[in-house]
Design a protein around this ligand. Structure first.
Ligand SMILES: [Zn+2]
Length: 214
């Protein structure tokens, strides 16, 4: 009889031990879940980056492969005339430009033959190479967009710009070609550097174009 009671006791104890273990496990899982949820809330509030990978800023479709503050990009784009922004098919913040890993940015424009409505202009910005001067690169690429939104190299191939490029940009290395000096002039127009560097002809040329398309 006493042996039976002993066995019964042992069984009851086993059940209790199991229940206790289960309880402890459940409490641990709950605490873990609550912590991870709180963590998500905190990190969401602290993060100046978009949670989504796609946002539309001033009508421009922006795709993020890398984290980047939306507010800063909104400010950069707010300086540009809307009609020019409308010609941009996409702005892509990437961690590497595959076709040219040494480039800070790239503007890819294509015209389908005999049909300008099917024109496509995509901008790529390498976020790793633009931790500080992102605005400059975005505005530089928009300079290429401006130069190509109606016809390829519309402004930079004009005799006026070729003359200005030769007289004000011939010592600027990478930016000494007419198309690169034009894009860079748009960037330095927005940053105020054109006037600081006394590139007054470039300033007047870009100013006239931008004021006419506003
Ligand atoms: Zn360029």
């Amino acid at each position: 009889m006493s042996e039976k009671i002993f066995k019964l006791n042992e069984k009851i104890e086993k059940i209790f031990t199991f229940k206790r273990t289960l309880c402890v496990m459940l409490i641990c899982i709950s605490i873990n879940w609550i912590c991870s949820f709180a963590d998500k809330l905190i990190s969401f509030e602290d993060k100046p980056y978009p949670e989504e990978q796609y946002v539309e800023i001033n009508g421009v479709p922006v795709y993020f492969e890398e984290e980047y503050p939306v507010e800063k990009l909104t400010y950069i784009l707010s300086k540009v005339p809307n009609s020019l922004l409308k010609t941009i098919s996409s702005l892509n913040i990437v961690n590497r430009i595959d076709s040219d890993p040494t480039a800070n940015g790239l503007t890819d424009f294509r015209y389908l033959p005999f049909n300008k409505a099917n024109q496509k202009i995509d901008i790529y910005i390498d976020s790793n190479r633009n931790k500080i001067g992102m605005g400059n690169t975005v505005h530089h690429e928009i300079g290429h967009v401006l130069d190509s939104s109606e016809e390829a190299y519309r402004y930079s191939s004009s005799p006026e710009w070729k003359y200005i490029s030769k007289s004000e940009w011939s010592n600027d290395g990478y930016y000494s070609s007419p198309s690169e000096s034009f894009a860079e002039a748009v960037s330095r127009y927005y940053s105020g550097e054109l006037l600081e560097e006394n590139k007054t002809q470039s300033y007047q040329y870009i100013d006239l174009i931008l004021k006419n398309i506003k």
